[in-house]
Ligand binder design. Sequence first.
Ligand code: SF4
Length: 343
Amino acid sequence: MGTNPDKRLGINSASSYNWRQLGYRYYSLSFYLNRIFGGKTWKVSVDGGFHCPNADGTISHAGCLFCNILSFSPSRRRSGLTIREQLLQAATHLRERRGIQKIIAYFQPGTNTYGPPDKLERLYREALSVPDVVGLAIGTRPDCLSEEVVKLLATLSQETWLTVEIGVQSSHNATLRRINRGHSWEDAVNAIQRCANEGIRVTVHLMFGLPGETYQQMLETAEKVAELPIHGVKIHNLYVAKDTGLAKLYEAGQYEPLSQDVYVNMVCDALERLPPHIVIERLTAETDPGYLIAPDWCRRKGETISLIGKQLELRNTYQGCRFSEGPTQPDGLSSSPNKCGST
Ligand code: SF4
């Protein structure tokens, strides 16, 4: 296996950061970034103009059930600006308004490794050439990480902080088929392992509330992800956006999003099962309010994060406290008294 990318940056282990001893309930991204970069560091989304094989007809034309594929049309892309211009604009704004000096360029819309390696390298290096940029986050699908792309990401990982964000969503192939992901759980595991073998930092995206999934299945996904060689996790609630297949199901009464209460409990159960060294990069979905149909609580990101913190306090539990306990029992929801609540 390749060198641990965090280790290369001088981070030896999660325990060296003592997030637990400092009174936190989970290992948050802001805590992690502030420690490794020594100050406020912000992730800035940049639009590299990437499309997606699951929406351009290579895999399918329909896209994932929840994805608004109209967002790929040129008229709805974020800007006509170059990567450099987008980052310079954001850097000025963040410096003036929030006093932030360091930026991670987050290649977010579309599938950001979907293109020839020389084009990818040019765009990634353009981002790195912006003075305030200290690293890269690259969002992609498990099936868009060819050998050449992994090699490129491995080279860049030697030069800068880099994380590849892989959309996994669920460990259940029936769910992945239902939402038209166009890849399997096994594809995701394979991609994660190939990146980890090359010393690339990996962040996994998960979604709770996918159609047809039970609470138990969501927990199983968290438990399986906990065993993978990853460094970060982003947890999202599934929401219904305009112009999506999911919107049609919702309007036909065939899909109901999770309530905020169930989602908060779900996230706490997942956090308890994720090992303490995994950085929690997101706890709830971020939405464009103009495109949101449901649930309404999705507009209140701060409230949901605060409720998750309060729920962990109420349980007196924390990230990783159930990590070594093995698979959940069929009825093993965390409403029952738990061992980690007493420590
Ligand atoms: S893989 Fe991502 S970009 Fe592509 S259709 Fe699915 S959600 Fe949209």
